[in-house]
Design a binder for this molecule. Structure first.
Ligand code: DQQ
Length: 543
């Protein structure tokens, strides 16, 4: 075993080596899922960006192909940056992406089409000579103009968004076209927000008001809401709003009461960026991928020879309240579940930590439901915290200090004597008229290593506590802990680099440091098997 590889993930998406960032153009075509991603073929730092390409039958086992897009034309000679796929009504895919045209980072939008539509692997992509299809006009900042979305059809035109900024205003420009080649900017952007800075990788999609099915990008009307997600490059985090898309006015109106800015709703409160969804017509789901960026020291990235992974793909749908999205790891992941252990009716008094044994806890899937007899011991919610990021509340409270109702949850990737551990835990507070639930994934105690980024990631969970239960699912995979609170209401992903708690020296515990007794009603934990992860496809003929 190469010592540099102790932190490689087992079942998260990752190429064999080198740097990866944004997922690009996820799509389903002729029985295969295609995933492209920003990739440096030459090293473990960002640069030399091409579109690497992988295919899968199940979103879990991946085979790799040659890069689909790489600098080769005057309009993308300095980089092939992020973009999206659109499936046309005749079933043919087209990719829109950002080309970097010169040393000054000039950004223009291009398209590419498959060379051979009968090849389900879509190995070869052609960039026609009528590129670029969108140039920035004089009103647009040409070095902040990128990441075209999937196109949708509305009011007699195709539409795409392009992320941008004007001074400090984050902008999603809307373009329309009849033929997907000649594009015109609409009079007003689809949406813009003061003081949010550059909007990278916008994602705009319809969600159904009822049920869990996804919708084709062009669906709009009754019982449909739209989600607009943007990635803020100033802090490397994302937020989204839900709202109404008016085809005729060519405008998006976020719902009243939602925060449209830095403190907005987030798909994930941890290491998660440049995310993108696609509609999977084979299962009627909308599926989300995110780039799980690094927290290791840059020099370590180079020493290891790799940096970056992708999240486990997640199904996304609208919460019946209409106030947020819900997310859950795609069901196909469960095929990797191996040996299982369970706990049930396990009482946790203040100070208890009980070990979960018998599985490979450094590469595991854990699903647990906690219950408590009452909410009486919830600590008061300090009104001052309303102005703070949840991460700061987590930092003040932590997992170790005794509390009322919580902290309780999991200690993941823990060394035997708890020199290292990544706690994923709840704390329930009492605010003036309601309870507030904090979910925290606190990397501060995750490693004795140096030069690491170890934030106390956290998010609030908008959950009904009348049944006095809270559930948690954590996907633990060597250097990542991807957690879903209360059935996917709040997700937090942490990259962590323990020095002791690796492989069989990693332990898993359930714990409670609150004065209210917690019951582990039911815990299921599985060892996770290894999928096929980006093994090259060799000698496979097309049709
Ligand atoms: N990454 C790409 C850009 C995008 C950024 C370049 C987001 O297209 O804006 O690798 O991580």
């Amino acid at each position: 075993e190469n010592v540099n590889q102790v932190h490689r993930t087992g079942y998260h998406f990752q190429p064999p080596r080198n740097w990866i960032n944004d997922p690009n153009a996820p799509m389903y075509y002729k029985g295969l899922y295609h995933l492209f991603y920003q990739y440096n073929p030459k090293g473990a730092v960002w640069g030399n960006i091409v579109w690497a390409h992988s295919v899968s039958k199940d979103l879990i086992n991946w085979e790799s192909l040659e890069p689909a897009l790489y600098p080769s034309k005057w309009f993308d000679n300095y980089g092939c940056w992020s973009g999206s796929a659109t499936i046309l009504p005749n079933g043919e895919p087209v990719i829109f992406y950002t080309g970097i045209a010169d040393k000054n980072n000039s950004q223009i939008q291009n398209y590419a089409v498959p060379a051979n539509l009968s090849d389900p692997y879509l190995r070869e992509w052609v960039k026609p000579d009528d590129n670029p299809i969108v140039n920035p006009d004089v009103s647009v900042n040409g070095s902040a103009f990128r990441d075209p979305t999937t196109a949708w059809w509305a009011d007699g035109h195709w539409r795409i968004l392009i992320g941008s900024r004007r001074n400090h205003v984050g902008v999603a420009y809307l373009y329309r076209s009849r033929d997907l080649k000649k594009w015109a900017k609409t009079k007003h952007p689809l949406h813009s927000v003061q003081r949010t800075g550059m909007w990278e990788c916008p994602d705009f999609f319809p969600v159904s008001s009822f049920g869990e099915n996804g919708l084709d990008p062009s669906v709009n009307g009754q019982n449909v809401k739209h989600a607009l997600k943007v990635s803020l490059d100033l802090t490397r985090y994302e937020y989204y709003t839900l709202g109404t898309y008016d085809n005729k006015k060519e405008k998006y109106f976020p719902d009243e009461g939602l925060v449209d800015g830095w403190a907005g709703l987030r798909l994930d409160y941890g290491n998660f960026y440049a995310s993108k969804t696609f509609f999977d017509p084979s299962t009627n789901r909308r599926i989300l991928w995110g780039w799980v960026n690094e927290s290791d020291a840059v020099q370590q990235d180079t020493n290891k020879g790799w940096a970056g992974i992708l999240s486990i793909p997640r199904k996304v749908w609208l919460d019946p309240s209409g106030k947020q999205l819900l997310q859950w790891p795609v069901v196909e992941l469960e095929k990797l579940r191996g040996h299982n252990v369970q706990l049930s009716n396990q009482k946790l008094n203040q100070g208890d930590h009980v070990q979960v044994k018998g599985i490979t806890v450094a590469q595991a899937d854990v699903d647990v439901t906690f219950s408590f007899p009452s909410l009486d011991k919830a600590e008061p919610f300090d009104p001052k915290w309303a102005k703070l990021d949840a991460l700061d509340v987590c930092a003040q409270k932590g997992s170790k200090a005794p509390g009322g109702l919580g902290p309780f949850g999991l200690l993941t990737l823990a060394s035997e004597n708890l020199e290292e551990f990544t706690p994923v835990f709840f704390k329930v507070f009492k605010a003036v008229d309601k309870h507030k639930v904090l979910l925290c994934s606190d990397a501060r105690s995750s490693s004795l290593g140096e030069g690491l980024y170890k934030p106390s990631f956290a998010g609030f969970v908008d959950v009904d506590l009348t049944d006095k239960k809270l559930s948690l699912r954590s996907l633990i995979d060597h250097s990542v802990v991807e957690s879903f609170g209360a059935g996917g209401r709040t997700a937090i992903t942490s990259r962590v680099y323990p020095t002791i708690a690796v492989f069989e020296k990693a332990h898993l515990y359930v714990f409670n440091n609150g004065s209210e007794t917690i019951t582990v009603e039911n815990l299921n934990a599985w060892s996770m098997n290894l999928p096929v992860m980006n093994v090259p496809i060799k000698n496979r003929g097309g049709e």
